[in-house]
Design a protein around this ligand. Structure first.
Ligand code: ATP
Length: 219
C-alpha cells in the first residue's frame, strides 16, 4: 500500500506587488506544517472590480523574482490564462480533479480573507475541496462578524496538524504565524508618494519595479 500523500499548499492572491507580508508568514506556516511546496496562484480580477495596476505578466515576473532560489515556492498561472473571473472554487475543483480525491490540499489565506470568506463565490463548498490554512494578519479581528459565521468556524476548526495531512479537505487551521503589517495597497501608496519601500518586499522586486517605473510617484 502506498503512503497517503502529504498536504500540498496553494496560495492565491493578486500580488500587486508580492511582498514580505505574503512570503514570511507562509514560510513560518510551511515550517510548522512540514510543507514541501507552496504553489502561488496569481488571480484574475473580475472586470467589475478595480483592476490591479500591474499587468498579469508583471505580477508573475515579480513573483518569480521574489521566489528565485527558494524551492519552497512555485507559480501556477492557470487563473491568469482563463477568460472568466477566477473563482477560487473553480480552481480548487480543477486541482482536485488533477491531484486525486485523496490528496490533502490546503488553501492559504490571511485573517482578513477569512473574515470576508462568506462573500466568496460558493464559499460554503470550499471545504469540500481543501483545508483552509489561515495566517494571522495584524489589524484584523480574531472573531468572525456574526454568530453564524463564528459557528461555521468553530465547527470546522482544528488544531490537529495530522488531520491536515491525512484528510483531503474539510478543516480550518488558524496558524500562529509571524505578524507583518504590510499590504500591497500601502506599497503602491508609498511609491506614489515617492517614499521608500525598503524592507517591505524583496530587493530584486523593488529594483525591477524601479526599472519598469511601476507604481510611479505622482508629482
Ligand atoms: P491589497 O492591499 O492590494 O488588497 P494584499 O496586500 O492584501 O493586497 P493580496 O494579494 O490581496 O495582498 O493577498 C493575497 C493573500 O495574502 C490574502 O489571503 C491576504 O489575506 C494575504 N495577505 C496579504 N498580506 C498579508 C499580511 N501582511 N499578513 C498575512 N496575510 C496577508
Amino acid at each position: 500500500m502506498t503512503e497517503p500523500a502529504t498536504l500540498q499548499a496553494l496560495f492565491g492572491g493578486t500580488f500587486d506587488p508580492v511582498h514580505y507580508g505574503h512570503l514570511r508568514p507562509v514560510e513560518t506556516l510551511a515550517a510548522r506544517l512540514g510543507l514541501q511546496k507552496i504553489t502561488l496562484l496569481p488571480n484574475n480580477v473580475p472586470p467589475h472590480r478595480p483592476q490591479p495596476e500591474a499587468s498579469p505578466a508583471q505580477r508573475v515576473k515579480m513573483l518569480s523574482l521574489a521566489i528565485a532560489n527558494n524551492s519552497l515556492f512555485d507559480i501556477d498561472q492557470r487563473e491568469l490564462q482563463r477568460q472568466t473571473p477566477s473563482w477560487t472554487i473553480d480552481t480548487l475543483i480543477e486541482l482536485r480533479r488533477e491531484r486525486g480525491e485523496q490528496q490533502p490540499l490546503g488553501f492559504i489565506i490571511g485573517q482578513d480573507s477569512l473574515l470576508t470568506l462568506h462573500k466568496w463565490h460558493r464559499w460554503q463548498e470550499l471545504l469540500d475541496y481543501c483545508h483552509l490554512l489561515v495566517c494571522k494578519r495584524p489589524g484584523y479581528a480574531e472573531n468572525m462578524a456574526t454568530p453564524e459565521q463564528q459557528h461555521w468556524l468553530d465547527t470546522h476548526r482544528t488544531e490537529d496538524i495530522s488531520r491536515l495531512h491525512h484528510f483531503p479537505a474539510g478543516s480550518v487551521f488558524l496558524a500562529d504565524t509571524l505578524l507583518l503589517p504590510i499590504s500591497a495597497t500601502e506599497i503602491r501608496q508609498r511609491r506614489r508618494a515617492g517614499l521608500s519601500c525598503d524592507g517591505m518586499l524583496p530587493e530584486a522586486v523593488i529594483n525591477w519595479i524601479n526599472q519598469q517605473n511601476l507604481y510611479p510617484a505622482q508629482k
